[in-house]
Write a protein that binds this ligand. Structure first.
Ligand SMILES: Cc1ncc(COP(=O)(O)O)c(C=O)c1O
Length: 387
């Protein structure tokens, strides 16, 4: 589908909607480019299937569609070249809930868990809430590119008795799509030091055209030490449904996870919340490809206009761009500067890690018009500061 046709049909003006992102924008008189959801409505066949379900009025106990698992498995086989077995799949109420349940069930109190910063804040918060210890291994930043610091990781595996590594793949907020070689080197270290990998892959359907997503479980050698968190919530903007999968090939780990779910009464999927995922996997591929194109175009436009003035991550996946305002930042935090000077609401860099006060995370899953508005106001800020 052509981008212009897609935007005409699917862009939603959410400025007066109940949307979390836009409600805060309204309150602060800002263009909201924070929270990670999209300003696009679902594919029309998905909306119709959901309307039909609602219209039928049958709201009793309901099973998942009979071919739910097959549809899920086929999607990931086709898009990500990874094969999941039905009995590996468990359900949770969203991805953060999945992290919480995995950390609780697969590690012990006070265990050390590694994260690679800067990183989406709920990773750290989950470790802390579960009474585990956070071990940070900051990503190395070289020539505009973030990557793992294997020496630091190994040193901390050796000295801090790390039991789990929580990986964000693709990475939020850096938009990195980890290369196969990077993951192999990382997983080899994890294997050597008996560290479990919990890989959050909720951004894996938003991959820029020159990139290949490598799912953690496609590296078969490491499957038994790896658990993946998989959802359609970012791919198709389904956050309100809180439906997520945890895929666990290793029987021992899976049994621990299932026991935890049974003890905490969290074992079953909510069939209504699962329907949007199911219908999108059936009908949504063309829509998703069009969304990927819109994001890629938005990114290129922004980079072309602002790239000479400030550093930004090379967007490989997700729709989240990490941008360094550098000397144009006139406040303690670049996010405050964007609110005050540009009327843009972004996520503050410092919420992802120490030392990122000059950075912001911008959400590009919106219309090119909104991105242009944001770019124009940042250019105005640049011009003012240059005087
Ligand atoms: C990497 C990652 N994991 C989890 C989430 C949250 O997912 P959920 O709303 O399903 O808890 C987000 C949201 O932005 C995310 O970026």
């Amino acid at each position: 589908m052509k981008t212009s046709a897609f935007l005409k049909k699917y862009y939603i003006d959410r400025s007066n909607a109940q949307s979390t992102k836009w409600a805060r924008g309204r309150k602060m008189n800002c263009l909201p480019m924070w929270v990670a959801d999209m300003d696009f409505r679902c594919d029309e066949r998905v909306s119709k299937a959901l309307k039909d379900f609602i219209a039928a009025g049958d709201y009793g106990y309901t099973n998942l569609p009979e071919d739910y698992y097959q549809v899920f498995i086929s999607w990931h086989e086709k898009r990500n070249h990874v094969h999941y077995q039905q009995d590996w799949i468990r359900f949770t109420r969203g991805a953060v809930n999945a992290m919480y349940q995995a950390v609780h069930s697969l590690t012990e109190e006070k265990d050390a868990i590694m994260i690679n910063t800067p990183l989406y804040p709920p990773f750290k918060a989950t470790i802390e809430r579960c009474g585990r210890k956070v071990v940070e291994s900051p990503l190395k930043y070289e020539n505009g590119y973030f990557t793992f610091d294997y020496k630091d990781i190994e040193k901390k595996f050796k000295t801090k008795n790390v039991k789990m590594l929580m990986l964000c793949s693709p990475h939020n907020p850096l938009g990195r799509v980890w290369k196969k070689g990077e993951l192999e080197e990382l997983f080899e270290l994890c294997s050597r030091y008996s560290v479990l990998v919990l890989s959050d892959e909720v951004h894996s359907d938003i991959i820029m055209p020159d990139q290949d997503f490598v799912s953690a479980l496609s590296l078969k050698k490491y499957q038994k030490q790896t658990v993946s968190i998989i959802a359609a919530s970012k791919s198709f903007s389904l956050a309100v449904f809180s439906h997520c999968h945890v895929v666990i090939p290793g029987k021992k780990l899976r049994d621990r996870f299932i026991r935890y779910q049974q003890e905490n009464n969290t074992a079953s999927a909510n069939a209504f919340n699962a329907l949007p995922t199911y219908y999108n996997y059936i009908y949504g591929e063309e829509w998703l490809d069009a969304v990927n194109n819109v994001i890629f175009d938005n990114y290129h436009y922004l980079k072309q206009k602002l790239g000479d003035y400030m550093e930004m991550t090379n967007l490989e996946g997700s729709y989240l761009l990490f941008l360094n305002l550098g000397s144009y930042n006139t406040c303690k935090s670049a996010a405050d500067c964007l609110v005050e000077e540009c009327h843009i609401l972004a996520n503050p860099g410092e919420s992802f890690g120490k030392g990122y006060e000059n950075w912001v995370r911008l959400n590009l899953a919106t219309s090119p018009d909104n991105v242009k508005t944001a770019v124009d106001s940042i250019l105005k800020l640049i011009r003012t500061k240059k005087k």
